[in-house]
Design a binder for this molecule. Structure first.
Ligand code: 8YV
Length: 306
């Protein structure tokens, strides 16, 4: 029993997590697994799929441990049909992701990235003036999805003097104004910040109608999942000047960013780095190991998904 492989790595894991799993559990990658019998736990990350195909390959699988708070890459319905439980890495990344969301809000309002490009291309030295931008104080920021990270974003922006409101599936015990639809929230907002989970339930929640409600003075920030925004509609809205700009850390088909966005000065494009600090990624890795350990020792996950 002790020599039997009980943990396997699916795709998308960072090198240090792979090393930890290898050292502690001798966990091979699924492709290198010689005998799937007895493998109880599969660890996955980076949005790599954990669906029926992977589950079919592991007949004794009982738990899927996801490196990441979002688990739209895991087919949870299929897992529960098979009696397989799933965990994610909540809370430990709230601060890092919220910081980055606030950074994007400030960047779209103050044009920090655009003014950096302005200096680098020699426009300042040539005597041009960077246009005036907008205060964060007094800006109306709409939080689409007031979960753990959405709340952390709202708390931070309150300190900057922004006005806040939100939409979630239902009103929360929070002091900020609730809007009962994404369109209503967008209409009110100067900046709409997407913080919902991904997956089928939120696909294209931000569509052309929501973008039009945001309007020509409005900015979209997305640090959640690319799937939540209709990316074609977003590109069209930017091209037509129907919204003012966007700050994006996530995209529909990562790592591909729509060609049409690459040379626009009214968008800030980041390579999905919301949680990408050494401290936060290590905390996520430790939580992954805690989940694997707890499941193997007592058949329980520390942070099972809802
Ligand atoms: C990571 C994330 O990009 O936690 C999430 O849901 O999107 C990020 O933290 C990723 O999942 C790490 O593999």
């Amino acid at each position: 029993m002790s020599n039997q492989t009980r943990v396997v790595q699916l795709g998308g894991l960072m090198p240090f997590v792979r090393e930890w799993l290898q050292e502690r559990y001798g966990a091979p990658r699924l492709d290198d697994l010689s005998d799937p019998a007895g493998v109880q736990v599969a660890v996955v990350g980076g949005g790599a799929p954990a669906g029926a195909e992977q589950m079919d390959a592991l007949p004794d699988l009982r738990a899927i441990v996801n490196f990441g708070v979002g688990y739209d890459n895991v087919d949870v319905e299929e897992a529960s049909r098979r009696g397989v439980v799933v965990s994610n890495t909540p809370d430990v990344l709230n601060d890092a992701v919220a910081d980055l969301a606030v950074f994007l809000v400030i960047d779209v309002l103050r044009g920090a990235s655009a003014s950096d490009r302005f200096v680098r291309r020699g426009a300042w030295a040539a005597g041009e003036r960077f246009p005036l931008t907008r205060d964060v104080r007094g800006a109306k920021v709409g939080i689409l999805g007031l979960g753990r990270i959405g709340t952390a974003v709202a708390e931070r922006l309150q300190v900057f003097g922004a006005e806040l409101a939100y939409h979630s599936r239902s009103p929360k015990d929070a002091s900020w104004t609730y809007h009962d639809s994404p369109t209503g929230l967008a209409e009110w907002s100067d900046v709409l910040v997407v913080l919902t989970p991904g997956g089928a339930g939120t696909e294209h929640l931000v569509d052309a109608a929501v973008l039009d409600a945001l309007g020509p003075e409005g900015y979209l920030v997305n640090v959640a999942r690319g799937s939540v925004v209709d990316e074609e509609a977003l590109v069209a809205a930017l091209q037509d000047g129907r919204i003012a700009g966007a700050g994006l850390d996530v995209f529909a088909d990562e790592p591909h960013v729509p060609e049409a966005l690459l040379d626009r000065d009214d968008v800030v494009l980041l390579p999905h780095v919301g949680s990408a600090t050494t401290q936060t990624r290590e905390a996520m890795g430790r939580l992954v190991l805690d989940n694997v350990g707890a499941f193997l020792e007592r058949g329980e996950l520390v942070t099972p998904v809802g």
